[in-house]
Each structure stands twice: as structure tokens, then as C-alpha cells.
Design a protein around this ligand. Structure first.
Ligand SMILES: C[S@@+](CC[C@H](N)C(=O)[O-])C[C@H]1O[C@@H](n2cnc3c(N)ncnc32)[C@H](O)[C@@H]1O
Length: 248
């Protein structure tokens, strides 16, 4: 029960040429397979949230879903009835479609920039979601963009819905440069199966594209938009990754 909308050819997708997608993709798969970013733990928490919180059928929006491999596992044995995955990458969405096939729900996959697509959803006022997930993708936005984006997500949540943010988070006393230095020290120490070339790709990506906020800043945003509660449901031992829940 799935459909794919607005998919373009892989060359048109923002990942760019197929070879580039494959290189990035291979490294990310290696990171996932070796649990370097802690996906096993955080998605186990996600599963517990979804099972515990949604005793009734629920609709989920997954922003920057990638191949949805971990989301699909977290959705097993839950009351999901409809799933919408959004990602920039057409090849990732094609794999997401296969990964979600084992989950009994209506599934749609849309290629595009989640900021633009969320704005369109808000304007259309047709769809509301019980759960909105964004995992390891919000930190690419700058603070003002994150603030505006989270405000828009609030208006897409059903009554009693939750926004679940899985992401890298800075320590309260840490600026971006110190965070990146600390994170890359961890990568050098623990991501031991990366080749020097792969390490270089990871380093470039993190240095140029990661803009994590502190938990305090994210909590202030939740208060600004009148979320009723804000909870940190998991923090990894390295103090880099958190599962944060914003309650409608
Ligand atoms: C690090 S991966 C995370 C994938 C998956 N959510 C996970 O937790 O493993 C980031 C994903 O977000 C997507 N992405 C990044 N910025 C995006 C944007 N502005 N709009 C849509 N997708 C985006 C990328 O294409 C990629 O698939």
C-alpha cells in the first residue's frame, strides 16, 4: 500500500550525480552498520515512544527519512496507519519504499526539501499528523530556520500529537567549533573502520553542514510555540545525541 510522488531522476535530485549519491551512501551505510551514530539505541527509544504513546491508530510524517531502514524497524508492532516520508534523495526514497513495505500502513514518499514541503502542507491545511519525526537532519538548518520550521511543525500536529527530534546536540557551554572538534575526536577514536578517504568525507560534511543547538535553545523554541511539554528521553554516553519530544 505505498505510492511515490514527485520523484525525479537521481541526476535531478539534490544528492546530484548517481556516483556522488553512491559514495555518500556507502559511507552512511557503514556508519549505520557499525552503529557509529547510535541508531540502535535511539531507534529503540523511538519504538518505545510509539508503542507507549499511541494506543490508537496514528499518522506519521518522517522528514529527511533517508532509506527509512531504522524507522521501519521502530514501526514494527505499532498502531501506525499512515506514513509519509520526505527526502531530497530519490534513490534513498526508492529504498525507503522497499524498507517500509513490511509495515502494514498507507505509505507515501515525496522527493523535495522538507522546509518547502512543510510550508506547503501548512498552507494546504489538509493534513495533520500524530507523530512528526526528524532524525539527524534538522541540524543542517541555521537557528532562525530551525525556529521557524519547528513553529510550522506545531501547526501540523494533531491534538495530542508529538514532534520527535533525534539529533546531535551541543553542550550548554560549548560553541559550534568546540562541538565539532569534540565530535570529530570521537569519530577518529571510535569510527575505526572508516578508511582515510571516508574519514575525510565525514569530516568535510560535519565541518561544513552541522549546526547543532543546545538542549536549552531547543526547549526555549518549544516554549515559544506553546508546546505543552518538552522532554529529553535519551542522551547518549558521549553526550552528543539526544531524543527530544515536543508535546502538542
Ligand atoms: C543523516 S541522514 C538521516 C537519515 C535518517 N533519518 C536517519 O536517521 O538515519 C539525513 C537525511 O536527510 C535528508 N535531508 C537533508 N536535508 C534535507 C532537506 N532540506 N529536505 C529533505 N531531506 C533532507 C538527506 O537526504 C538524508 O537522507
Amino acid at each position: 500500500m505505498s505510492s511515490t510522488t514527485q520523484l525525479k531522476s537521481s541526476e535531478e535530485a539534490s544528492f546530484g550525480p548517481k556516483e556522488f549519491f553512491n559514495e555518500q551512501w556507502k559511507v552512511y551505510q557503514k556508519v549505520l552498520n557499525n552503529n557509529y551514530m547510535g541508531h540502535r539505541e535511539v531507534y529503540c527509544i523511538l519504538h518505545e515512544i510509539l508503542v507507549g504513546y499511541f494506543q490508537k491508530p496514528f499518522k506519521m510524517l518522517d522528514l529527511g527519512c533517508g532509506d527509512a531502514s531504522f524507522t521501519a524497524q521502530a514501526l514494527l508492532n505499532t498502531n501506525i496507519v499512515s506514513y509519509e516520508g520526505i527526502d531530497l534523495s530519490t534513490p534513498a526514497l526508492e529504498i525507503a519504499k522497499q524498507n517500509m513495505a513490511r509495515i502494514q500502513c498507507d505509505a507515501t514518499f515525496t522527493q523535495g526539501d522538507f522546509s518547502e514541503l512543510v510550508s506547503q502542507l501548512v498552507q494546504a491545511q489538509q493534513n495533520r499528523f500524530d507523530a512528526i519525526l526528524i532524525s539527524f537532519a534538522l541540524h543542517h538548518l541555521h537557528l532562525q530556520q530551525k525556529d521557524y520550521f519547528i513553529g510550522q511543525l506545531k501547526s501540523l500536529l494533531s491534538s495530542g500529537g508529538i514532534f520527535i527530534l533525534i539529533d546531535v546536540v551541543r553542550n550548554e557551554v560549548e560553541d559550534r567549533e568546540s562541538y565539532i572538534q569534540r565530535y570529530l575526536e570521537g569519530v577518529q577514536k571510535h569510527w575505526s573502520l572508516l578508511t582515510p578517504q571516508e574519514y575525510s568525507m565525514v569530516e568535510n560534511h560535519i565541518s561544513s553542514s552541522d549546526f547543532p543547538e543546545t538542549q536549552q535553545t531547543l526547549q526555549e523554541i518549544s516554549q515559544k510555540y506553546n508546546f505543552t511539554q518538552f522532554k529529553c528521553l535519551y542522551c547518549d554516553p558521549q553526550n552528543t545525541t539526544q531524543v527530544l519530544c515536543f508535546y502538542q
